[in-house]
Design a protein around this ligand. Structure first.
Ligand code: ZN
Length: 191
């Protein structure tokens, strides 16, 4: 895990604790370089400030999982609009147009890097590794703890022109099982 802190322009400082953090939100970055995305979050002049707690991917030209911390969990990353206050967000290097096989076969290391982060969050904040239904997401603020995607938020809240990542073919069920199967986290993830 490496840290490339986002510029303070691109997130909101806060003092969130376990009770404030309810959802883990899966995104894809629409980019082929996790490092490039993390560097983008460092730009103090973005017209639309944006960030994510983590960006994961693979080093270009290698298959080493790359895990980049950009925003502290206690702070509020600008990743999914109105829901930011109670979310942890993770951006996966890749594209919403990927097929199931593009993700599962060709980007399995990226998925595994994300699974380690999700497992870490699940243990630390007692968030179950299960998908939130539309009704569980609630219209009056969060009522359940769990995992969702940017696309599911767009759908549940009927956000016009909203984001559809990580895409219709993202192997969500297989990914969640991968998160549940993480038995032991590397030392740097110890709680
Ligand atoms: Zn997104």
């Amino acid at each position: 895990m490496i840290t490339i802190p986002a510029h303070s322009h691109n997130y909101k400082q806060a003092n969130r604790t376990k009770k404030d953090i309810q959802w883990i939100v899966i995104h894809d970055a629409e980019a082929k370089s996790a490092m490039g995305v993390a560097n983008y979050f460092q730009n103090p002049k973005l017209a639309k400030p944006v960030s994510s707690h983590f960006v994961v991917g693979e080093e270009w030209g290698s298959f080493n999982p790359l895990v980049i911390r950009c925003v502290e969990d206690k702070d509020i990353a600008y990743t999914q609009g109105f829901a930011n206050d109670w979310c942890l967000s993770i951006e996966l290097q890749g594209f919403a147009s990927y097929s199931d096989s593009d993700w599962w076969d060709k980007r399995n290391d990226t998925l595994y890097a994300a699974a380690m982060v999700v497992s870490y969050w699940s243990r630390k904040y007692e968030i179950p590794i299960s998908l939130l239904t539309d009704s569980e997401m609630g219209l009056m603020g969060p009522t359940h703890r769990g995992i969702t995607t940017h696309a599911a938020i767009t759908k549940a809240f009927n956000i016009p022109g909203g984001h559809v990542d990580p895409g219709p073919n993202f192997p969500l069920e297989k990914f969640l099982q991968m998160c549940r199967d993480v038995k032991e986290l590397p030392e740097e993830y110890q709680l």
